[in-house]
Design a protein around this ligand. Structure first.
Ligand code: PHB
Length: 389
């Protein structure tokens, strides 16, 4: 008798706990934000986390009557770790959305988890064109390398650069940056005598730069992931490539706002193409930069921060529209969003789930004693050229 009573109350307690849990869950909208917070790509994680927290501070931590919970996890930029964390976030925490993804291999490792669990996956940093094709649950708020690369491939030959050597990090975004620049540049009559690829982690630029010096092209075109550009810039000057009359051009990743000001005068005049500069001249951006700098002393927002900030916007609006939904409904509400970002106008193409935005041509200049990427021309509404192939 007693045994049965104990069993009964145990079951009742279990039911209560479960329904209590279900209640707690339905009152919380969970965002699992997976980022490299330590190691060589920690600046990406720090920028995105700071931007996500800023968005929440400005827009409140409730949507559609649900409390928004941001769960930040450090994947140390190891793909197997990203994947394991994503799995735990989906199974144990029951997150509504996965977000972050500081590097292409981290996004690609996680895409199958998003597909299997039908969890929207908002890519805020990684930028290889093919990532959106890795899962129908991927939505991208960062950018793609081909967008910046073709724009520079059009600009360079019109501006006296006919012979260009390329140097890229040897993995997804670098290969995209090389391929799309080269194709467009050659189509426009340019010549690429050599294409160099350096390791993604801890590259030693010395032997590569020596080769460039020997070839003596009009310019060296570079893609390196955010955070690595300063080392290249330093060695470019130390080896006298600038004095030899070789110009440095590249995608905006090499003159990243996070570290640009510390590069010194060697960065002056470097022309890059990208979707975001902290000095973008709009009211929305001025407000964003001021609020970011106020909340994070000593930090200037870079393109990673903007990918995170806009990603939070896409998540919040979709959560509002679906009243705190998840799965396919939440994913559908993310598609087709059109809004003004600190980068300028931005659109999530419903067909490709990829970002469409302006690509700016910029030159590093000193403004009130600080180095900035000053935008001087714009190509509007650039879709990912990788999607039309
Ligand atoms: C990437 O791994 O996709 C990536 C990382 C950093 C960048 C650009 C692309 O600056």
């Amino acid at each position: 008798m007693k045994k049965r009573w104990v069993l009964k109350s145990f079951v009742a307690a279990a039911v209560l706990t479960t329904s209590g849990l279900a209640l707690a869950q339905s009152n919380t909208f969970k965002i699992g934000l997976i980022l490299p917070m330590t190691g060589p790509f920690a600046s990406t994680g720090k920028q995105i986390e700071a931007a996500a927290r800023l968005y929440m501070a400005q827009n409140g931590d409730t949507v559609a009557g649900q409390k928004v919970e941001l769960i930040v996890k450090d994947d140390t930029s190891a793909p197997d770790v990203t994947k394991r964390i994503a799995q735990e976030l989906v199974v144990n925490d029951k997150v509504n959305v996965l977000a972050g993804f500081g590097l292409t291999p981290l996004a690609l490792a996680t895409a199958p988890i998003a597909t299997q669990s039908k969890t929207p996956m908002v890519v805020m940093a990684a930028a290889t064109s093919s990532i959106t094709q890795a899962s129908p649950y991927v939505i991208r708020t960062s950018f793609t390398l081909p967008q910046a690369a073709v724009t520079l491939g059009d600009w360079a030959p019109k501006n006296g650069l006919k012979k260009v050597v390329t140097l890229v990090a040897d993995y997804g975004p670098g290969i995209d940056a090389e391929k799309y620049f080269k194709e467009r540049f050659v189509l426009n009559g340019g010549q690429v005598p050599e294409s160099l690829r350096v390791p993604m982690r801890n590259p030693d630029f010395a032997p590569f730069l020596q080769k460039v010096r020997d070839i003596k092209p009009d310019a060296l075109y570079v893609f390196l992931p955010s955070g690595v550009g300063a080392a290249l810039m330093k060695q470019f000057a130390e080896r006298g490539l600038d004095k030899a009359g070789i110009k440095l051009i590249g995608t905006g990743d090499i003159t990243d706002d996070d570290i640009l000001n510390g590069m010194g005068d060697v960065a002056l005049g470097v022309v890059t193409t990208q979707h975001y500069s902290a000095s973008h001249n709009s009211a929305v951006n001025k407000k964003f930069v001021a609020a970011f700098e106020k909340a994070n002393a000593g930090m200037r927002p870079n393109f990673m921060a903007v990918g995170g900030y806009d990603g939070m916007r896409v998540i919040y609006e979709a959560a509002k529209k679906t009243k705190g939904g998840s799965g396919d409904a939440l994913l559908e509400a993310m598609k087709g969003q059109l809004f003004e970002s600190p980068r300028g106008p931005m659109f999530i193409d419903a067909q490709t789930r990829d970002v469409v935005h302006n690509i700016y041509i910029r030159k590093v200049e000193k403004v009130n004693g600080e180095l900035y990427n000053q935008e001087f021309d714009v190509i509007k509404d650039v879709k990912d050229p990788g999607k039309s192939k």
